[in-house]
Write a protein that binds this ligand. Structure first.
Ligand code: 4AD
Ligand code: MG
Length: 461
């Protein structure tokens, strides 16, 4: 079999050659004595045009093949310079592999993304979703290549965990107990000693804490894996299961952290634009008209770096009417983040040094004792793409923070140990991989960049 990605890369290598291709029929039209098939073999975004004529022994059957029928075609590749298709395949033989029913749900007409979500098992065969998921694959490769080139150690952190990284309690419980008959102790508390692990466990919300342990052994590490959050937010940017990229760097502060995040985003954009030009052109033409221009601007810009306090002042000075009031100490809402990144800067912005009350316990407390060395990378169109911080390396401060936040120190004993046995200043961040794919493609709903999305009341597949 010759693969379309190879033919499209260099058609002249195959000119006038007999080749065999196989794939699924995307479109077919036939008249009395000849017909055209657009065949996609899955290896490339574009399809190949097959010309078949009545000299085929099975011409009449082929002419009636429904869309999505899989076939194997032998024929001669002919260059057709100047026409819409740069080449076509003159079929000498078409062998049926698997007939499709004519009720195949992905007919040529455009379908809404809502409808396509209900056929998540078939939508990767459509143009949009084949482009999305190929970009997703290439972007994942870009992440690995970025960090591996910089000698980061890829660390597999656990999916089932006994601690809550974010301290927000938005976790999915993992249990082997009969949920309706969980034994309770005399105070009505769940007795976990009967459970598989003998304690409460949950699906991880972030691999950060475990990644920190490896960063204090390997210096620079990254995790890249699934994370889970039982957030009840039904938005186009939240999923219950999503992938996170989390580097953790030792002997590094918040500025090093932001430099790394900025380099990584630019690298991934360049990599995907370079490796997936057909897909990016498609998105630019069909999904988001300004995509290529915007991505090019991101690559060539310096991201803004603004403190939370400055951002609050900017918001308070603006004439814009916000739904939520802005005051120092408030958690910034989507409308505030959008205003800053879309209307003031129109490029990615790092917001830094948030009030400690609205951030996680592990973030390093600044000298003002009011803010922490945190950063969120906000981008136009999406909002928060990255959340990160310098980590609190001072044992006494960290212990006090854990207590202040109402968390249990015993749950974090091993995390605290890192501060006892040669602690170093270190930092890290988490990139929401799905949000990065939205950013790269212009897709506006997270459900359309995850192969099988899990959101509130939705785990069909
Ligand atoms: O800001 P978050 O909560 O940060 C952490 O979890 C840190 N422990 C990361 C670290 O420092 N290692 O989440 C990081 C990113 C967010 O910026 C967002 O892009 C994404 O993860 N994210 C989600 N993406 C999809 N669906 C959700 N429910 C998400 N929650 C967070
Ligand atoms: Mg965050």
């Amino acid at each position: 079999n010759t693969l379309l990605k190879d033919i499209f890369a260099s058609p002249s290598d195959y000119s006038e050659k007999e080749i065999e291709v196989s794939g699924w029929i995307r479109t077919i039209r036939a008249s009395k004595n000849f017909g055209f098939i657009e065949l996609n073999d899955g290896t490339f975004f574009n399809s190949i045009q097959i010309v078949f004529e009545e000299n085929l022994s099975n011409f009449k059957e082929v002419a009636k093949y429904p869309i999505s029928t899989s076939i194997i075609v032998k024929g001669r590749l002919v260059l057709t310079p100047g026409s819409k298709q740069p080449f076509e395949l003159k079929a000498a033989e078409i062998v049926l592999e698997g007939l499709s029913l004519s009720s195949y749900p992905l007919q040529k007409k455009r379908h809404t993304f809502e409808y396509l979500r209900t056929i998540a098992h078939l939508r990767p065969r459509s143009n949009t979703f084949s482009a999305v998921f190929r970009v997703r694959s290439v972007a994942a490769h870009a992440i690995h290549s970025f960090f591996q080139d910089r000698r980061f150690v890829y660390t597999h952190t656990p999916i089932i965990t006994g601690s809550d990284c974010e301290g927000a309690g938005e976790m999915f419980r993992v249990t082997t107990q009969d949920l309706y008959n969980i034994p309770k102790d005399e105070n009505g508390k769940i007795d976990n000693s009967f459970d598989f692990f003998g304690k409460e466990t949950n699906l991880t919300v972030s691999g950060q804490l475990e990644a920190e342990t490896f960063a204090l052994a390997f210096r620079n590490v990254y995790t890249f894996g699934p994370t889970f959050r039982a957030e009840n937010s039904n938005t186009g940017r939240h999923a219950a299961e999503f992938w996170m990229v989390e580097p953790e760097i030792s002997f590094a502060d918040l500025n090093d952290d932001m430099d790394l995040a900025e380099d990584m985003i630019k690298y991934v954009i360049k990599y995907v634009m370079d490796k997936c030009p057909e897909e990016i052109n498609f998105f630019n033409a069909r999904i988001d008209k300004g995509l290529i221009e915007r991505l090019n601007n991101v690559i060539s810009s310096d991201f803004a770096r603004v403190t939370y306090t400055e951002a609050v002042e900017l918001l308070q000075k603006s004439d814009k009417k916000f739904e939520y009031p802005v005051f120092w100490g408030c958690d910034l809402q989507t409308e505030h983040e959008r205003y800053i990144t879309e209307e003031i800067y129109n490029k990615p912005v790092f917001l830094t040094d948030y009030p400690k009350e609205i951030k996680a316990f592990y973030m390093r407390v600044n000298d003002d004792n009011k803010t922490v060395a945190a950063m969120d990378m906000l981008v136009p169109g999406i909002g928060e793409l990255i959340g990160g911080s310098q980590r609190e390396e001072r044992l006494d401060v960290l212990e006090a923070r854990i207590e202040e936040m109402g968390l249990n120190k015993d749950d974090y004993w091993w995390y605290l140990d890192l501060r006892k046995f040669g602690g170093v200043h270190h930092a890290g961040f988490g990139l929401g991989f799905e949000r990065a794919i939205m950013y790269l493609t212009g897709m506006t709903n997270i459900r359309d960049v995850v192969p099988f999305p899990r959101t509130v009341k939705n785990a069909e597949f």
